[in-house]
Design a protein around this ligand. Structure first.
Ligand SMILES: C[S@@+](CC[C@H](N)C(=O)[O-])C[C@H]1O[C@@H](n2cnc3c(N)ncnc32)[C@H](O)[C@@H]1O
Length: 239
């Protein structure tokens, strides 16, 4: 997968992209991430990328020319998903991450100030995504979060020990609790079933816990549980 990110703060990405799974995925050629500093494409001698809004009012607007210029250096086509990070977009979730991982090429546009001149959106953008119903100062943090959530889904990106298949939301439910050694700490014990070696019973316990946690913490998810997950719940609960 290729990911191009248009930003005025490329250095913000160093920490999240220079560590852990994202670092490894780039080193292993699973993802190729290119950061484009929008200021490099400014035609202003002071590298200014914002200007006053037409119609007046407070706040600045990101100028369109640097974006149009930057796209001349990006090899995109009709299949490329060009994503504008905006609080007005579709709220990001696991389903969107699962869709985006099927794409070969993503481009993220990180806004600042009041946002980017609307004509950039009209001309290039294929999808608007929001991180949630709140306003951040820029699109960099959402671009990092979405990149992380998508790249970890690329086959080979995470090891078997970090498998995402049972993660929360993947099958419509929140995940069951996890335990590791020691078997007891400060009087808190690991549930017996997990020490039993009985894989059928363990699977049953995990499915029940997963369902119970979802009902308690996110009852809104229950009405959208996919058919195959429902079948699995009914099957293990019968046993
Ligand atoms: C201060 S915000 C602009 C908000 C804009 N004036 C509005 O009210 O819709 C600056 C930039 O941060 C990014 N941003 C802020 N909140 C976001 C969110 N919840 N999801 C995704 N991007 C966000 C966008 O790229 C946006 O252009």
């Amino acid at each position: 997968m290729i990911i191009d990110i248009l930003t005025i703060f490329p250095e913000m990405f160093e920490g999240p992209f220079g560590n852990s799974i994202l670092k490894r995925a780039q080193e292993n050629g699973i993802v190729n991430i290119a950061l484009h500093d929008i200021r490099d494409y400014s035609n202003n001698k002071h590298k200014k990328v914002d200007d006053y809004p037409y119609g007046g009012g407070a706040g600045m607007v990101m100028k369109p020319e640097p974006f149009f210029e930057a796209f001349k250096h990006i090899d995109y086509n009709d299949e490329t998903e060009i994503i504008l990070l905006t609080p007005q977009g579709e709220p990001f979730n696991q389903e969107i991450a699962n869709d985006l991982v099927k794409k070969k090429h993503l481009v993220f546009l990180c806004g600042h100030y009041e946002g980017i001149d609307y004509r950039v959106q009209e001309h290039f953008v294929t999808k608007e995504v929001s991180l949630g119903d709140f306003v951040l100062t820029g699109g960099e943090l959402p671009a990092m979060v979405i990149t992380d959530a998508v790249v970890r889904l690329i086959p080979g990106s995470i090891g078997k020990e970090e498998s995402f298949l049972n993660d929360s939301f993947q099958n419509g439910l929140l995940e069951h609790p996890h335990y590791t050694r020691p078997q007891e700490i400060h009087g808190y014990k690991v549930p017996d079933v997990l020490l039993s070696g009985n894989h059928q019973e363990i699977e049953k316990w995990r499915t029940e816990k997963s369902y119970e946690i979802t009902v308690n913490k996110r009852p809104d998810l229950i009405k959208n549980i996919p058919e195959d997950t429902l079948k699995k719940i009914k099957k293990v609960c019968k046993e």
